[in-house]
Design a protein around this ligand. Structure first.
Ligand SMILES: *[C@@H]1O[C@H](CO)[C@@H](O)[C@H](O)[C@H]1NC(C)=O
Ligand SMILES: *[C@@H]1O[C@H](CO)[C@@H](O)[C@H](O)[C@H]1NC(C)=O
Ligand SMILES: *[C@@H]1O[C@H](CO)[C@@H](O)[C@H](O)[C@H]1NC(C)=O
Length: 292
């Protein structure tokens, strides 16, 4: 990184101290105008998931602002996020027009009062970025599932991306075609032994045991990739197969048992009180008989 210093004034050796002083003052003025203490952005990082693409960098600006430029590999720079005090810039709109292109971005630093700035701005280049090969795969969602007999049918939701073609947004499947596959991890709810299945559609149809509940989740995969090959795993979903007594049935039985217990207790208590009362009355009745 080269720093720009202000125009250096020639200070001939034979000049008097006054001239030297003038030189110093001039240097200080150019320094104060901000050319020497502008921080050049560093740690430029692409954050991209399902083609939503943001360039991030450091540091938080103090006395300066940033402007971002992006271009396909060879030239044609386009400016974005003009004079921003943010440390990120959304470049999605620029990359979705051609996701197979390799892009380069750069972040320029300007003094905060950039209007009267005429110097050569400093910048740093980002790493190269090829959306099709590098954008991370978002966490997939299970759209629907069905377990009938010995078959479990799981459908993965086809996420919409911001990639546009003829005015409509394409889904992940439409962008990646057969390059995209999904992995299904499934296991009996009563055990932990996992099985896997793969598909290069968004649907799974796997054999399962009848009347067993299963749990499963899915993961998007692009096997041909070197990096960011796999998405995070989707949330886990479970089927509830009725094995003898269903959960609702258990609930009803529980309530019935509870009611029976409560009734029994009430009955027992009232019977006891009844008998006690009758016993007491019997005693009173017998007393006069004894006297007689
Ligand atoms: C860039 O970021 C990484 C972590 O994200 C950090 O370890 C590193 O120190 C940063 N580089 C600079 C120059 O600060
Ligand atoms: C991008 O490249 C892949 C593989 O090279 C290809 O299958 C796909 O059709 C290309 N997509 C576009 C939009 O050009
Ligand atoms: C699986 O479920 C999906 C969505 O409900 C349905 O469109 C598809 O036909 C089912 N597949 C099979 C083989 O039953």
């Amino acid at each position: 990184m080269e720093t720009l210093t202000g125009p250096r004034m020639p200070c001939p050796e034979d000049t008097v101290a006054r001239l030297l002083l003038l030189c110093l003052v001039l240097l200080q003025v150019t320094g104060a105008s901000g050319t020497t203490d502008i921080v050049v952005a560093y740690n430029l990082t692409w954050k991209s998931t399902n083609f939503k693409t943001i360039l991030e960098w450091e540091p938080k600006p103090i006395n300066h602002v940033y402007t971002v430029q992006i271009s396909p590999r060879l030239g044609n720079w386009k400016s974005k996020c003009f004079y921003t005090t943010d440390t990120e810039c959304d470049l999605t709109d620029e990359i979705v027009s051609d996701v197979n292109q390799t892009y380069l971005a750069r972040v320029f630093s300007y003094p905060a009062d950039a209007t009267d700035y005429t110097g050569e701005p400093q910048f740093r280049n980002s790493p190269e970025f090829t959306p099709y090969l590098e954008t991370k795969l978002g966490r997939p969602k299970i759209q629907s599932h069905e377990q009938v007999g010995t078959k479990l049918n799981v459908t993965v939701q086809d996420a919409r991306t911001l990639v546009r073609m003829d005015g409509t947004f394409l889904t992940l499947r439409e962008v990646f075609g057969k390059d995209l596959s999904y992995t299904l991890y499934y296991w009996k709810a009563s055990s932990t032994g996992k099985k896997t299945a793969k598909t290069n559609t968004n649907e799974f149809l796997v054999d399962v045991d009848k009347e067993e509940s299963y749990c499963f989740n899915v993961q998007a995969v692009i096997p041909s990739r070197k990096i960011n090959q796999k998405s995070p795993e989707s949330p886990i979903v479970c089927t509830s197969q009725d094995k003898g007594v269903s959960r609702e049935m258990l609930f009803i039985i529980g309530i019935v048992v509870l009611v029976v217990i409560v009734l029994t207790v009430i009955l027992a208590v009232s019977l006891y009180k009844c008998r006690k009362r009758r016993g007491g009355r019997g005693g009173k009745e017998s007393t006069p008989l004894n006297i007689a």
